[in-house]
Design a protein around this ligand. Structure first.
Ligand code: DOR
Ligand code: ZN
Length: 362
């Protein structure tokens, strides 16, 4: 393989860009800049940041602010709310990349713990359009029962245990329309790392055992895992140092180099990396790569992950001090160079909404 490789249109389907009330953690400008620095063409933003994206005014506000600031292409999820916001679904479904449903506790207030309420959301969301779920442990089986009933294409975010992988492998062999995402932190860290990382190693789902981690890698090898998604969720260092630190870690700028380093070590074929960060996520969301949109990566460049080189506003990484090989040299979108290896060259607002009216590449 040559040192300089070209990866077509990378898509991270799971990021928390923050912005608005949480602009101290990250702004749409800073976190989409982090996406470009990480090699990504586009990101899909989660709805749990205040004000949660669960009604048309909150959606319009996010679309407007994100649209004005984004330097990479983007889409947003609508959130399923506890008090039942299904009446909005017909109006919003075409304008978002999917519905996000939180079925276990995490950052924000969108937990839906009741199976009847979950079913109400599955019933109301237009059939054929995607639902992304946060489901951990036994909740995976609860959601699979709904997928079996409604046949809605369902993406299982950040799967982290051997048991969950087994359930989803079986669901796939049964022909259910499910896809599986895993995160770099679950692939490269375990519960043992929490001892040294402290709050910087805290996220939902939590870090798991070595055996669980092995099952995720095995899931990649067997094709059970479709996507590596960063679950980029910045919180400030001050917040992380507080007595009750919030869950979540940044990941946009470290996901690709970590995977390429693993490929170099023979843990997965390099072509598989490209499937996991570009081809599969685009396919799941029905997105065609725009012309002349790609990332140039120098596979010979070995470097240490250091906080001073990061673009994310939170300014830290659970992988600080790690040596990685494979540096993003350039990112091009629609024939324009938008990142030169150090600086973002795109103007605020130049990123496109991939699910805006008339903008979809489907
Ligand atoms: O650790 C997490 N942080 N998990 C999530 O599901 C949400 C995220 C956040 O928004 O901080
Ligand atoms: Zn998340």
């Amino acid at each position: 393989m040559p040192d300089l490789i070209r990866i077509p249109a990378m898509l991270d389907p799971h990021v928390h860009l923050r912005g608005m009330e949480w602009s101290h953690k990250g702004t749409f400008a800073s976190e989409t800049a982090a996406a470009l620095a990480g090699g990504y063409w586009a990101v899909l933003d989660m709805p749990n940041t205040p004000p949660p994206t669960v009604d048309p005014p909150a959606l319009e506000r996010k679309l407007a602010v994100l649209g004005a600031e984004a330097v990479c292409d983007w889409g947003v999820y609508f959130g399923a709310s506890q008090d039942g916001n299904t009446a909005h679904y017909p109006a919003v479904a075409e304008r978002v990349c999917g519905l996000k449903m939180y079925n276990n506790a995490t950052t924000g207030s969108l937990l839906i713990a009741d199976q009847g309420a979950r079913e109400m959301h599955f019933r109301a969301w237009p059939r054929g359009r995607l639902i992304a779920v946060h489901a951990e442990g036994e909740t995976v089986a609860d959601i699979l029962a709904l997928v079996r009933r409604y046949r809605t294409p369902t993406h299982f975010c950040h799967i982290s245990t051997a048991d969950e992988i087994a359930l989803l492998a079986a669901a796939k062999s049964d022909g259910l329309p499910v896809t599986v995402g895993v995160t770099p932190h679950h692939l490269f860290l375990t519960d043992e790392d929490v001892r040294t990382l402290g709050a910087l190693g805290r996220m939902k789902p939590e870090l798991k055992t070595r055996a669980d981690q092995d099952a995720l890698w095995d899931g990649i090898a067997r094709g059970v895992v479709d996507v590596v998604e960063s679950d980029h969720a910045p919180h400030t260092l001050d917040e992380k140092r507080a007595p009750e630190p919030p869950s979540g870690v940044p990941g946009l700028e470290t996901t690709l180099p970590l995977l390429l380093t693993a490929a170099r070590e023979g843990r997965l074929p390099p072509e598989r990396v490209i499937e996991l960060v570009a081809l599969h996520p685009r396919k799941i969301f029905g997105l065609r790569a725009p012309d002349d949109t790609y990332t140039l990566v120098d596979l010979a460049d070995r470097y240490e992950i250091r906080r001073e080189n990061l673009h994310t506003l939170c300014g830290w990484s659970p992988f600080e001090g790690w040596m990685v090989q494979g540096r993003v040299r350039e990112v091009w979108i629609r024939g324009r160079r938008v990142f030169d290896g150090e600086r973002v060259l795109a103007a605020p607002g130049s990123g496109r909404n991939l699910f805006g009216a008339g903008e979809s590449f489907v």
